[in-house]
Design a protein around this ligand. Structure first.
Ligand code: UGA
Length: 432
């Protein structure tokens, strides 16, 4: 099929490359000329394992093209995917839909034959209706159909998530269009992914409700972890024990720092604001937002306790500062609060991250980036494991750190409690 993806962020670029890999011809469009130049010269503007290879292969097979010419890409395509960002609005906590509506207007000017317009961006319920209204002001309704097809891929695991999704959700009241999109996804459905069709509003709601539910699951286990710490119970046993109940399931029950990233914090806020507009109080999600925001300070207080509240001049090494592994994304990462706070308290911080130095910390006095894990840990009083990168999973702490009084705070429970206790290291973790 002939497709175009408007927006080359995580969703647009990954889906575009993977659709091309399935044999479709795909135009990826972005108004950012620098990004397009990068992509055309074989560079990938985002950090996503495996993406570069897929992009390269399909680019050279002429199935994947990058352009800033939206008009040309839309005219060429049968299916137009909207994949632009919906960040938190600067005015309130709702989703800023200006990029979506702007793209909708541009698309409308370039429809000369029938187009399926698919919204892949995460948008509040009824956004599809608004897009339809915008386009129908310029073009006859018979010339297009607006469909919702939310994306569920995770950063750092985006390729696998695209290729093997649990489900593919299509929201449309038009059966013919639903079947057409089903055939686009047929290679994935054949491998076992479930195809689920519903109304357009239903699909929009499914995306927000899913993200908010996963955020709830994480906050839930994080609060249980707080309770476990007070009662000498291992939260990992609790997660496993709970997860064995198929009604609950074990995934997204890993206690850790506050959840972060470009999606959960933004989407939990946006769904509550949208629901408020519809006079519905999503009180559970509101308390999840609160719980997650309180968690940042709670963990910082725990760091103080571990250091007997003597933070000034203590050497703290932070391993991993991104919100999750296999990404360079810093958005809403707990580290953005933790590092400046500890720095303010007079700590001498060194951080190491496999994805490199971060602009966010460059201006902080007494915060240094080290490009070498061992060097970063050498003189530490406290090592904090903040992100669960693979290379942090088997560190020989005694070998790489010279400080006999070293303390370790493992915020991702990467190490066995039993082994760490018997090794004589001063080891702290989450909920155990
Ligand atoms: C999330 C969803 O998982 C995707 O399904 C969705 O498509 C995406 O948002 C989106 O809306 O675009 P993502 O934010 O990339 O994906 O990453 P996750 O793996 O979900 O992690 C989010 C946060 O939750 C991270 O801070 C992670 O450390 C935390 N988390 C996750 C936990 O603390 N515990 C867990 O058990 C799982």
């Amino acid at each position: 099929m002939k497709i175009c993806m408007i927006g080359t962020g995580y969703v647009g670029l990954v889906s575009g490359a993977c659709f091309a890999d399935l044999g479709n011809t795909v135009y990826c469009v972005d108004k950012d000329q620098e990004k397009i130049d990068m992509l055309n010269s074989g560079e990938i503007p985002i950090y996503e394992p495996g993406l570069k290879e897929i992009v390269k292969k399909n680019y050279f097979s002429n199935r994947l093209k990058f352009t800033n010419d939206l008009a040309k890409a839309v005219r060429f395509s049968d299916i137009v995917f909207i994949c632009v960002g919906t960040p938190t609005s600067k005015k309130n906590k709702s989703a800023d839909l200006s990029f979506i509506f702007d793209v909708a207007k541009k698309i409308s000017k370039n429809i000369s034959r029938f187009k399926i317009i698919v919204v892949k961006s995460t948008v509040p319920v009824t956004t599809g209706d608004k897009i339809e209204k915008i386009i129908s002001k310029i073009k006859n309704k018979k010339l297009f159909e607006v469909v919702s097809n939310p994306e569920f891929l995770r950063e750092g695991e985006a390729i696998r998530d695209f290729r093997y999704p649990d489900r593919i959700v299509i929201g449309s009241s038009n059966n013919k269009i639903t079947r057409k999109l089903e055939s686009l996804y047929e290679p994935l459905i054949k491998k076992g992914s479930i195809f689920f069709s519903t109304s357009r509003r239903g699909a929009e709601m499914i995306k927000y409700a899913s993200n908010a539910f996963l955020a709830t699951k994480i906050s839930y286990i994080n609060e249980i972890a707080n309770f476990c710490e007070k009662t000498d119970v291992n939260v990992e046993d609790v997660s496993l024990g709970m997860g064995l109940d198929k009604r609950i399931g074990s995934r997204f029950l890993r206690a850790g720092p506050a959840y972060g990233g470009s999606c959960f914090p933004k989407d939990t806020k946006a769904i509550t604001v949208t629901a408020d507009l519809f006079k519905t109080n999503l009180s559970i999600i509101k308390s999840v937002i609160n719980s997650n925001s309180n968690r940042r300070m709670l963990l910082i207080k725990r760091i103080g306790k571990i250091l007997s509240n003597r933070i000034k001049n203590r050497k703290i090494t932070i391993l991993g500062v991104t919100f999750k592994p296999n990404t360079d994304d810093m958005r809403e990462s707990t580290s953005l609060i933790m590092l400046p706070y500890l720095n303010n308290m007079g700590a001498k911080i060194t951080y190491y991250d496999p994805s490199g130095e971060k602009n966010e910390f460059k201006k902080l006095k007494n915060v240094l980036f080290s490009s070498d894990l061992s060097e970063a840990c050498l003189k530490a009083d406290l090592i904090i494991i903040h992100t669960e990168w693979d290379e942090f999973k088997s560190i020989d702490f005694k070998k790489i750190c010279k400080n006999k009084n070293l303390k370790i705070y493992d915020m991702r429970n990467l190490y066995s409690l039993k082994k760490m206790r018997s090794s004589g290291l001063s080891y702290y973790s989450i909920g155990r």
